[in-house]
Ligand binder design. Sequence first.
Ligand code: SAM
Length: 243
Amino acid sequence: MGETHFGFQTIDEEEKAHKVGAVFHSVARRYDLMNDVMSVGLHRLWKRFTVEISGVRPGAKVLDVAGGSGDLARLFVHKVGPHGQVILTDINASMLNVGRDRLIDAGLLVPIVQCDAENLPFPDNVFDRVSVGFGLRNMTHKERALKEMQRVLKPGGCLLVLEFSQAWRPLRPVYDAYSFKLLPLMGKLLANDEASYRYLAESIRMHPDQETLKAMMLEAGFGRVDYYNLTGGIVALHKGWKY
Ligand code: SAM
């Protein structure tokens, strides 16, 4: 049995999905509020940018992996229009419950599937776009998940990976202070959950940097892989094509 990271801890691979599940079960109810507070609303811009860069057309089929409370799915629905389809997926039922309620409140009926990104229950070559927003770093076998996303894409389709990444060096001291001091404190005060927000900060530091993720996407079979640094590299959007 292999080992992996859960934040800064080294744990057995088998434990990771369970521990990550507990984090997202715990944060689900306050997830959207905390996203707005922690990113001072920037996550909305990063997600809009992702959907704009996707170049998705009306009528397209889109799979949102680890979609949680459905922000990306909701933005994609407006792009693909009535003849397209967006499917929201996540491994965590608590996050999907929040997502389902928000989509219904917005008057949108979106198919929802609870599934593991490392084993997607879809046939090969069906989606024009696959997105994964702030999800990849939580997965135990990232290479396997990337291969699965590549498998379900149609040739000519592309994957969009929006994820925390390596911040521009001059920003790091302030960003580190923010992540390791302020974030857990905000988690404690606003969500009564310091540990989950400490995991968030740690998991970001353990995630592959821009070039490493690009190499992983190439290894998983994507072509023309490129990335955009957002907000000084605090976040990066990677895009890769299936041929
Ligand atoms: N995409 C949403 C967003 O951008 O707001 C949610 C991101 S949230 C930080 C990370 C999500 O990844 C959680 O909802 C979690 O349940 C999901 N996740 C973690 N591991 C997963 C896996 N192996 N398969 C599918 N989803 C997973």
